[in-house]
Design a protein around this ligand. Structure first.
Ligand SMILES: [Zn+2]
Length: 90
């Protein structure tokens, strides 16, 4: 179960809370009892996915130009050679 950092914007109280990702984020500050809690994402929270080599694999595939000259400036148009993906959207 991941831990989340919470910061109360009312009193500045900061703490970590462990709860499920699907759980409702906390709102009530345990210190001042106001509904001013904000969940801090990314700043030291325990929800960082390490080893994000995921997308780089895709990148390599897209980056390796097709044999035969690669992409021309007409990429993305109907004149683009088959297999040319550069500039195409969607
Ligand atoms: Zn507070």
């Amino acid at each position: 179960m991941p831990t989340y950092d919470y910061l109360c914007s009312a009193c500045g109280h900061r703490f970590e809370e462990m709860h499920a990702m699907s759980a409702e984020p906390l709102k009530k500050c345990p210190s001042c009892k106001k509904q001013k809690l904000e969940r801090l994402i990314g700043a030291g929270a325990g929800v960082i996915f390490k080893g994000s080599g995921f997308y780089q694999t895709d990148y390599k595939n897209a980056g390796s130009a097709p044999s035969g000259g690669g992409c021309q400036p007409t990429c993305g148009t109907s004149d683009a050679p088959t297999g040319c993906k550069m500039g195409k959207k969607g």
